[in-house]
Design a binder for this molecule. Structure first.
Ligand SMILES: Nc1ncnc2c1ncn2[C@@H]1O[C@H](COP(=O)(O)OP(=O)(O)OP(=O)(O)O)[C@@H](O)[C@H]1O
Ligand SMILES: [Mg+2]
Length: 252
């Protein structure tokens, strides 16, 4: 297939060292915000082991990536439209890690992904937590790497471990940090500054600040409603910060 006339989307990976820090919630809402500003957005549920974008959005998954890879079908048949301009490529529950896909299956997954991403302006990948094979693969595949952490000290050390592996073994040098669940702007800045100090001292990496999301009951309420909080509570503080983050992403 000719690559010359292809439109290249921006591929953005959303990861964290520690689990449960808000990757899926953030990804779904940033995707919604980017789509609201007229962009065509694809959100890939990169958690091949434990799907959760479909749960947060309350969508029924007809075909999963795993089945599609196994059956050699077009990945486009898996896409689910959430709002105009926002589509999801769901994963499926209970399937093994990327590492357990054969070399041929991995190659097929890569070429299938490259075929469907052309029609989008932004491709977001919501990865699993930690430093598993699929996490490293999706981060290497992406141009923009967002790492989410919270004020919880273990989240800082786990984020450091992830960044260290990506920097030392995969040549990644640019990271955008998103601090989630902060009680104040000041707390967000403190967490960012701590992380920056450690990254500069030990890895010679200067991270960029993408934003600080407030701890907001509307976020967990929206998850229970299986709706993006940007739609369920557009006036919430979380929605305001997501809009600001989306603007920063548009300016990248
Ligand atoms: N800013 C926030 N304010 C309040 N609660 C939040 C916030 N962000 C996330 N949460 C809560 O934290 C929980 C975990 O969020 P989410 O599922 O998005 O995390 P995750 O990083 O994707 O988890 P996993 O590592 O399991 O994939 C959710 O139940 C959500 O309600
Ligand atoms: Mg998740």
């Amino acid at each position: 297939m000719s690559k010359t006339s292809k439109h290249a989307p921006k591929i953005i990976c959303i990861s964290s060292g520690k689990g449960g820090v808000g990757k899926t919630s953030f990804s779904v809402n940033v995707a919604t915000a980017l789509a609201q500003s007229g962009k065509k957005v694809l959100l890939i549920d990169g958690d091949l082991g434990l799907a959760n974008v479909d749960v947060v959005l309350g969508i029924n998954v007809r075909h999963t990536m795993r089945e599609t890879i196994e059956e050699g079908r077009e990945l486009a048949s898996c896409l689910v439209e959430i709002t105009p301009g926002f589509q999801v490529l769901p994963a499926s529950s209970g399937v093994p890690e990327m590492a357990s896909l054969s070399y041929e299956e991995q190659a097929f997954l890569t070429s299938s992904l490259e075929e469907i991403i052309d029609r989008f302006d932004y491709v977001l990948v919501d990865t699993a937590a930690g430093i598993g094979e699929s996490v490293l693969w999706f981060n290497t595949w992406s141009q923009v790497n967002i790492v989410i952490l919270t004020p919880d000290p273990t989240s800082l050390t786990d984020a450091y471990a992830l960044i260290k592996v990506l920097a030392t073994r995969h040549g990644k040098k640019h990271f955008h940090l998103l601090i989630n669940s902060v009680k104040s702007k000041k707390e967000g800045k403190e967490v960012f500054d701590n992380m920056r100090t450690v990254l500069e001292r030990f890895l010679q990496i200067r991270p960029l600040a993408l934003g600080a999301m407030p701890q907001d009951a509307q976020v967990s309420q929206a998850i229970r409603q299986q709706k993006p909080f940007l739609l369920a509570a557009p006036e919430s503080r979380a929605s305001q910060e997501i809009m600001a983050v989306a603007q920063r992403i548009l300016a990248l």
